[in-house]
Design a protein around this ligand. Structure first.
Ligand code: GRF
Length: 202
């Protein structure tokens, strides 16, 4: 039976769409059981509606604390029997409550080669820094921001003629190819985490 995954997103949702497409084309064998979104104006909400994917809109200001906000999310994740949480542009740092409830079952995509250029403006930061190579990282989520063990990484060269927009475009193209592969790896259970590394499961 197909495992249920939840995608968390706050914005545009191009990675969400790439994952929906991968499932449709059977490159990814799972069911997207839930989209969790914290932003009522996020374009991803309309994309989920179009794709017929159940959506949970949770607005942080409606809750007294981050824990109360996450408890509500956890309740829905458990009800939907979610096996893997896929963060795709979710603009909130998860607290230990959620990280512990799904330890080893939360992954994130970051538009740089971690540990370089952590944070919310990674593409622009690498571009402004004058880096010659940047890239994309998919990693497990732990209590620290952009920190957990790396699942997949791919380099993207920054060319002399690049503008920020052209670099962003190439980074997103790599993201859309890499994320479905990483989700598949995690769901197949063929890898295990050993310290900071991923090893084949024997
Ligand atoms: C992506 O660049 C991802 O790496 C970062 O947030 C962005 C989300 O873009 N974490 P989108 O909403 O999937 O288009």
């Amino acid at each position: 039976m197909n495992k249920n995954i939840a995608i968390f997103a706050s914005g545009k949702g191009s990675n969400f769409v790439a994952l929906v497409k991968a499932v449709k084309q059977r490159r990814l064998n799972c069911r997207i059981g839930l989209l969790v979104c914290d932003n009522p104006h996020a374009p991803v909400l309309e994309k989920a509606r179009k794709a017929g994917i159940e959506t949970l809109l949770v607005e942080r200001p409606a809750f007294a604390s981050r824990e109360a906000f996450e408890k509500e999310i956890i309740r829905h994740l458990k009800a939907a029997d979610i096996k893997l949480i896929v963060l795709a542009g979710f603009m909130r740092v998860l607290s230990p409550l959620l990280v512990n409830a799904f330890r080893g079952r939360i992954i994130n995509i970051h538009p740089a080669l971690l540990p370089a250029f952590k944070g919310a403006h990674a593409i622009e930061d690498a571009f402004q820094y004058g880096a010659k190579i940047t890239g994309v990282t998919v990693h497990f989520v732990d209590e620290q921001v952009d920190h957990g063990p790396i699942i997949l990484q791919e380099a993207v060269p920054i060319k002399p003629a690049d503008t920020l927009a052209s670099l962003e475009k190439r980074i997103h193209q790599v993201e859309h190819r890499l994320y479905p592969r990483a989700v598949r790896l995690c769901l197949e259970g063929k890898v295990r985490v050993a310290g900071r590394s991923l090893k084949p499961r024997s």
